[in-house]
Write a protein that binds this ligand. Structure first.
Ligand code: NAD
Ligand SMILES: O=C(O)CCC(=O)CC(=O)O
Length: 361
């Protein structure tokens, strides 16, 4: 077997996984020797944050609950002010990608470590990417300091994630796995973990869709999503992520639902130039007991079956925006295995807009 040259750049993150593991949070804080904790999380996570506060006792010096999607600049500044005034030494973030993003914004300003307890499948908890929104524009950057030092994955915390949010969020994790499989940075270890992540999601999502409180299905979905985060953190993003960022950042479309609609069509576009990645997708689907003959249609069929979004039109995208989004994506020059131009990107977005099943090659 030929082994290609590769560089594997794997950052050190401690991962604690298991039902009820949120109860080890105090020990996790202790490991990092911190005495002053800022808790970040609100909304659906308020109950989890209350319990964490009780477990951490007088170590908690502040709470920030005003979490807003895409972390507006003013929210980031408000959260940073709370961290400064409370003289926090470490942040514990409990919630989805928006909550973890808020913690990252503070960390980027003040250099505080984060312990993350994710309650969705976004994958942000394993990356060094931070992002805020200023004057309606997304600003992102890489900062190794914002990558959480510990991540606690507790499947019990996902039991009440509504079915629609669950399946769409999981399709965004699927997008990290698919784009990672053909990213220039992919090496043998990441390819293996990405394939396993796809298998776990394909195996678990139909069960989560039917019975959202099936704890075993939830654990397998969170396991797959964690590998999605790991893949995103160790590889890179191609034209799929760039299209989604343009649609969500500039036009305000919802994050997870947008990923779900776009992914099958980008996969169809890239398939012919990345046969090894497509082979891994076929193998992952088969290993999950769902053999397919074409990854793009396989992904669309999965999204359709589990009730994830398959159309940008359904999200309210005006057809008149397609040209502008395509131009924005091409101008951003994403690293993608198949060369892109305005016509090809516009065609992908138009297919995702219509939401039809991709044609089998
Ligand atoms: N920096 C990165 O590496 C990275 C990676 C992926 C996503 N993101 C960012 O994360 C954001 C999206 O994250 P998301 O998809 O997790 O959405 P989110 O954090 O905005 O959560 C979506 C909704 O689900 C609710 N929710 C979350 N967990 C729940 C639970 N267990 N039970 C009930 N309700 C729950 C939240 O209150 C919210 O209303 C985007 O801004 C995206 O850009 C960043
Ligand atoms: O680079 C970014 O914009 C942040 C990474 C991210 O949000 C991944 C995603 O789009 O799911």
């Amino acid at each position: 077997m030929e082994i290609d040259d590769f560089v594997h750049d794997a950052p050190a993150v401690r991962v604690v996984f298991g039902n009820g593991r949120i109860r080890t949070l105090a020990a996790e804080v202790e490991r990092h020797g911190s005495r002053r904790v800022l808790l970040v999380g609100g909304g659906h996570a308020s109950g989890f944050v209350d319990r964490a506060a009780a477990d951490l006792g007088d170590k908690v010096v502040g709470r920030f609950a005003h979490v807003v999607l895409n972390v507006p600049d003013e929210v980031a500044r408000e959260a940073t002010r709370v961290a400064i005034e409370s003289r926090a030494q470490i942040i514990v973030a409990i919630g989805g990608g928006s909550t973890i993003g808020t913690a990252k914004a503070i960390s980027h300003e003040l250099g505080l470590c984060i312990i993350a307890v994710p309650t969705t499948y976004s994958g942000s908890e394993l990356t060094a990417v931070w992002g805020i929104t200023r004057h309606g524009h997304g600003i992102t950057g890489l900062d190794p300091l914002v990558r959480p030092v510990s991540v606690i994955y507790d499947p019990e915390l996902t039991l009440d994630l509504p079915t629609g949010m669950s399946v769409n969020s999981a399709m965004s994790a699927m997008a990290h796995l698919v784009e990672g499989l053909y990213a220039p940075q992919v090496g043998p270890l990441t390819a293996l973990t990405a394939e396993e992540g796809v298998r776990a999601l394909v195996s678990s999502l139909p069960r989560v869709a039917v019975e959202p409180r099936d704890l075993s299905a939830r654990a397998e979905a969170l396991h797959g999503a964690s590998f999605g985060g790991w893949t995103l953190a160790t590889t890179g993003m191609g034209v799929h992520h760039k299209i989604c960022q343009a649609l969500t950042g500039t036009l305000g479309l919802p994050h997870a639902e947008t990923h779900s609609a776009v992914l099958p069509h980008v996969t169809a576009f890239n398939a012919e130039v990345v046969p090894a990645a497509m082979e891994r997708l076929l193998r992952a689907f088969a290993a999950a007991g769902r053999p397919i003959s074409d990854p793009a249609t396989g992904l669309w069929d999965l999204a359709h079956e589990i009730g994830a979004n398959t159309s940008l039109r359904a999200l309210g995208l005006p057809q008149s925006e397609l040209d502008g989004v395509a131009a924005q994506v091409v101008a951003a020059q994403p690293v993608n295995p198949r060369p892109i131009d305005f016509a090809s990107v516009r065609a992908i977005i138009a297919q995702a807009y219509a939401g039809a099943r991709p044609c089998e090659p």
